[in-house]
Design a protein. Structure first.
Length: 115
């Protein structure tokens, strides 16, 4: 079993920054690759970024490239999402996910970007 707990959400002004964290526990092999997703009101959940254990494979959605940075501290079993130059369109519940076919999900953390 794997547990994922996000934190760091909140209200931020457009142009501002926020860092999200995702703490993982359980079977470490299940979260060799971890990722971030988000779901805005009335929209489907969408991929934001992902990173493998070694950090050699990183992917970003086009909408966040150049603004968001995914990272992880394997010693702490924690993944991060540094979000810069935030826009109102980034407002969403952000989820971290892990495991094969994203089998494990956190509860989500709300990020609201005001204009």
């Amino acid at each position: 079993q794997v547990q994922l707990v996000e934190s760091g959400g909140g209200l931020v002004q457009a142009g501002g920054s926020r860092r999200l964290s995702c703490a993982a526990s359980g079977r470490t092999a299940s979260y060799s690759t971890m990722g971030w997703f988000r779901q805005a009101p009335g929209k489907e959940r969408e991929f934001v970024a992902s990173m493998n254990w070694s950090g050699t494979t990183i992917n970003y959605a086009d909408s966040v490239k150049g603004r968001f940075t995914i990272s992880r501290d394997n010693a702490k079993n924690t993944m991060y999402l540094q979000m810069n130059s935030l826009k109102p369109d980034d407002t969403a519940v952000y989820y971290c996910a892990a495991g094969s076919n994203w089998a494990y999900w956190g509860q989500g953390t709300q990020v609201t970007v005001s204009s």
